[in-house]
Design a protein around this ligand. Sequence first.
Ligand SMILES: [Zn+2]
Length: 473
Amino acid sequence: MTSESVLEIFKTITTIPRESGHEGPITAYLVKWAADHGLKCKTDSTGNVNIIRKASRGKGHIPTLVLQCHQDMVCEKKADFEFDFSKDPIPYVIEDGWMVAKDTTLGADDGIGIAACLALLESDISCGRLECVFTISEETGMDGAEAMKQGFFSGKTLINLDSEDEGQLFIGCAGGVNTVATFSYGTEPVKPGYSCVKLVIDGAQGGHSGDDIDKGRANAVQQMARFLYTEKKHGLQLLDFKGGNKPNAIARDCSALVAVKDPDATIERFKVFGAFLKAEFATSDPGVCVSAKTVGSSAQAVKARAAGRIISALAACPHGVEAMSQDISGLVETSSNLAAVRMGDGKCVVTTSQRSSVMSARDMMAQKIEALFTCAGAKVVHKFPYPGWKPDVNSHILQLCRESYKKLFGTAPLVKAIHAGLECGLFLEKFPGLDMISFGPTLRGVHAPGEKLELASLDKFVALLEDVVCQFE
Ligand SMILES: [Zn+2]
């Protein structure tokens, strides 16, 4: 196996449509490829594929090794670029040592994993039995890994080929759960003489609620609640509160509609508050800013008691890092994201999400949020729980990869875990005791037009993979 052979296969894969949820063409390609190469192939009703290569002569005693990647890719293109992901080959160039798709996603996440598996399967390397598992719809919810049945693969050691930083070995990921609180409220008339003011916090950077939760960025929802809490003593009435968007994104903007006795004074205090935000986030989130204006009158406000409970709960709700890992330096172990608030029809819905690589800690964090909102009179439900993968610094496959890396390149790889989801977490739930690791070549700009693959890192990735597969026993 060579990086050239992997790259040639990847170039073929760029011509095969494989948007998440529409993996039919790539699934069919893999099944046919296995048949053409005389290899046994399993599929399940979800679309997952397992291509099996028998042990080489004299290697029958070695335990099975599983290599795993995902079939689908994120399909994003520049707005003005005419392109149909359901049929057009991905246009790419090779320049300055990178393979780049300038106007679309490249799909090296995770097409390069597929290519590495196929190159390995058709190579003449001598190794034990291999199972190459290709899941579907990783990017949109890990549906393939989620639906996979016990026994779909039999190996007890798995190498996931869906990481994006050469020189780093990943040995853990976070599990998560969404916790949603719903307040019910009645309305009451806006007090005579009160005027409506719209308060806006925006310009914050936001980001991913896993990867970016430790970056100290402003959470617009949390900051708005903070201001409204202090403003309550001036006799504020709440009419609307809207901020954030997806459960896995940090809230970049938030607006609140309030009725107050002295709008100029409220606007003035909000400006002062904006200056505090600018100072507090000068390093981590310098774009955050506030604006306020009086708006046309409104008849009804949220009843005072309910408004008080909503504002207090949001002001008290934790956001950010709860605990750092004691095993892996710099890894966030447990966190919570105050993600979004929406009001209407007598309901105020607050969406939060918790993550941890330790399942009991994930559940503790979710319980903490539940307890807070229950105290404030909201009804709380937990949705979409998924398991994490707790780092095992004594893992056998980790030792092997580490030694191999040092032998090949003369330096030690970084051993890391991520505070986001990987399919590995789901495998661990179904295949308890599975020993896993994840590594890959360097990719940049994944999930967006301009995604690129560093070719020098591909050489090292391929060398490491081949060596580990040969050494594994
Ligand atoms: Zn991926």
